[in-house]
Write a protein that binds this ligand. Structure first.
Ligand code: GTP
Length: 328
């Protein structure tokens, strides 16, 4: 791949705006990206997605972007040394068919600041403009103590706009208290109450809200490992028993906060999009999906091998007959 140092940025009439979408695990970032892509009114957007886990799930959850979607490799793009992000930016800027906007969705545990700084590197200065860092907060699961993580606090602190999302799940009192906690971390961001991340696009896109933080020097960005988050990717070409999977969820460890993927259930023979966020999970029929089970689980202090064994025990054959216990 072309090194950004040697890359000649094509001349453009205006700088390409970049929107960075951040926010904790399961808050509604992919839902926001889909909302933007579905309502963008002719604006051609390139989407850069960074995910935890070896198997990409978001790639299949994001509505098709006809201008082409680029999936970043897995892991943590909040490391400024990560070349995947640089390569992806260069790829977008080199496209013969230029886009009008770049959307970047970071993982739910990434510190957005080093990602933002990547877009502000000197070699991109004439081509790109960081328009806004937009954070999504889950009003129902929100708790600064529960998510006691420097990276997660950084998501709120450095945001230019914050969606207080999942308003359908909470009452006015809870909303007021969450907004108060957010305000204590970031007094200036534009706060917007949303359901399904459906913010009015003129309030978050092409808004020129971003101002670089004034005290970035010496910033020690919070890294995934320091915060103890781990992920487990699981794939199987056998269906799950819904009863066994329910039992797996009932016994899940308290540190398991997020799950997402595609489940094939033996009882119905159908495939479902699965989401677990904190205490809630959902299964929605997915007629478009084909193939096997694909699942990513994310949390803190997880025994990933024990979780893997638990998932293996959920597998049954097409007649719903359980496989022998994988190993004790
Ligand atoms: N009830 C309700 N559910 C929502 C809302 N917004 C998103 N969800 C659901 O929350 C779950 C997580 O949403 P995503 O958009 O995948 O969250 P995310 O931030 O991209 O998740 P990660 O990428 O794993 O960090 C999904 O089941 C969504 O359908 C909302 O406003 N209300």
């Amino acid at each position: 791949m072309t090194s950004p140092a040697t890359f000649t940025v094509p001349r453009r009439a205006r700088k390409l705006p970049v929107t960075l979408v951040t926010g904790f695990l399961g808050s509604g970032k992919t839902t926001l990206v889909n909302h933007i892509l579905s309502n963008r009114d002719g604006v051609k957007a390139a989407v850069l997605v960074n995910e935890l886990g070896e198997i990409g799930i978001d790639n299949d959850l994001i509505v098709a972007a006809e201008s082409g979607m680029i999936e970043l490799s897995n892991g943590c793009i909040c490391c400024s040394t990560n070349n995947d992000l640089l390569d992806s930016i260069v790829r977008v800027l080199s496209r013969p068919d230029p886009v009008d906007h770049i959307l970047v969705e970071t993982t739910g545990v990434a510190d957005p600041l080093p990602v933002a700084q990547t877009f502000q590197r000197p070699e991109f200065r004439d081509a790109l403009r960081l328009d806004a860092i937009v954070a999504v907060a889950d009003a129902e699961q929100f708790s600064l103590d529960l998510f006691d993580s420097p990276a997660v606090r950084s998501q709120l602190r450095h945001a230019d706009a914050i969606l207080v999302n999942k308003c359908d799940r909470v009452g006015e009192e809870r909303l007021g208290s969450v907004e108060g906690k957010i305000r204590a971390v970031n007094a200036e961001a534009r706060l917007l109450r949303t359901t399904r991340s459906a913010a009015p696009l003129p309030l978050i896109l092409d808004v020129d809200l971003h101002r670089p933080a004034s005290h970035d020097h010496g910033h020690h960005h919070a890294h995934l490992d320091e915060d103890g988050f781990v992920s487990l990717s699981f794939e199987s070409d056998r269906p799950f028993s819904v009863a066994r999977f329910q039992a797996f969820l009932d016994d899940r460890p308290p540190g398991l906060f997020r799950g997402k993927g595609f489940l094939w259930l033996a009882e119905t023979g159908k495939r479902y999009v699965f989401h677990l966020v904190g205490s809630r999970f959902s299964l929605d029929e997915d007629p478009s999906a084909a193939g096997a089970n694909r699942l990513v689980l994310i949390g803190r202090q997880l025994d990933t091998e024990e979780l893997r064994q638990g998932l293996l025990r959920c597998r049954v054959d097409a007649n719903g007959i359980a496989f022998a216990r994988p190993r004790s």
